[in-house]
Design a binder for this molecule. Structure first.
Ligand code: DX5
Ligand code: ZN
Length: 225
């Protein structure tokens, strides 16, 4: 575990959309490992964010992997189009899809990397059958829908349990955590076993540069591993 490099990706939900290209370039220059795009439909979550055209624009703006987090009902209807739009990883929520196995296979067949997300209230057992099928597991550490919420501490135990399961079933699978991550709690999250960190409001802060905020997060991950 200590040799697994921690990847940090900004969630552009908290970016300035009028300056998105510049902000992504700044994050890339500051060492971001991927770009996280939150797609919300106003049904699975109580908010609407962005869709396919924005994923296409992000794809053109960066060489970094584009990590698309679908917070939408019926994700199976959309996954191929998100891969075609330029998503490298496509995450679907367990809670949104009764035919998760088929959807994860469809992402892979379209040329994307399948990823599966769990809400804070969803037990890990919901992943049991799909562990071998995914490139990434995403644990939500807030209830999805909004940036800037407070990290739910029970996520730390969940990270440890998923890591144990992955070590047995899919040891190269990425373990991503999303929601409420700041320099102040990042150390505990990484120490618990997360290797892929999403940070929105911590990266796109009103009073500080992206270079500064990324450096602060990186200093924490470097000190833990
Ligand atoms: C929440 C989204 C997150 C969000 C994280 O539903 O999935 O990716 O942008 O924002 P912060 O880091 O501000 O909690
Ligand atoms: Zn997200």
């Amino acid at each position: 575990m200590p040799d697994r490099r921690v990847r940090i990706g900004p969630s552009i939900l908290s970016a300035d959309f009028l300056r998105l290209g510049e902000q992504i370039a700044e994050a890339e220059a500051a060492g971001a490992d991927f770009v996280h795009v939150d797609v919300m439909d106003g049904r699975f979550v109580p908010n609407i964010s962005v869709g396919l055209p924005l994923v296409e624009a992000v794809r053109r703006a960066t060489k970094l992997p584009v990590d698309v987090h679908l917070m939408i009902v019926e994700p199976d209807r959309w996954v191929e189009r998100f891969v075609a739009a330029g998503a490298d990883l496509v995450t679907v929520h367990v809670e949104a899809d009764p035919h998760l196995h088929r959807t994860l296979r469809a992402i892979e067949e379209a040329g994307g990397q399948p990823s599966v997300a769990l809400n804070p209230a969803t037990p890990i057992a919901a992943l049991e059958e799909v562990f071998p099928l995914v490139r990434q597991v995403l644990l939500m550490s807030v209830n999805p829908g909004f940036g800037g919420q407070t990290f739910i501490p029970a996520t730390l135990d969940k990270i440890r349990h998923v890591l144990t399961a992955l070590d047995a079933r899919n040891p190269t699978c990425l373990l991503e955590v999303d929601g409420g991550i700041k320099a102040g709690n990042l150390g505990r999250i990484v120490a618990a076993g997360a290797d892929t960190i999403v940070a929105g409001s911590a990266v796109f802060a009103p009073d500080r540069s992206i270079a500064e905020t990324m450096a602060e997060l990186r200093a924490v991950t470097d000190s833990v591993r």
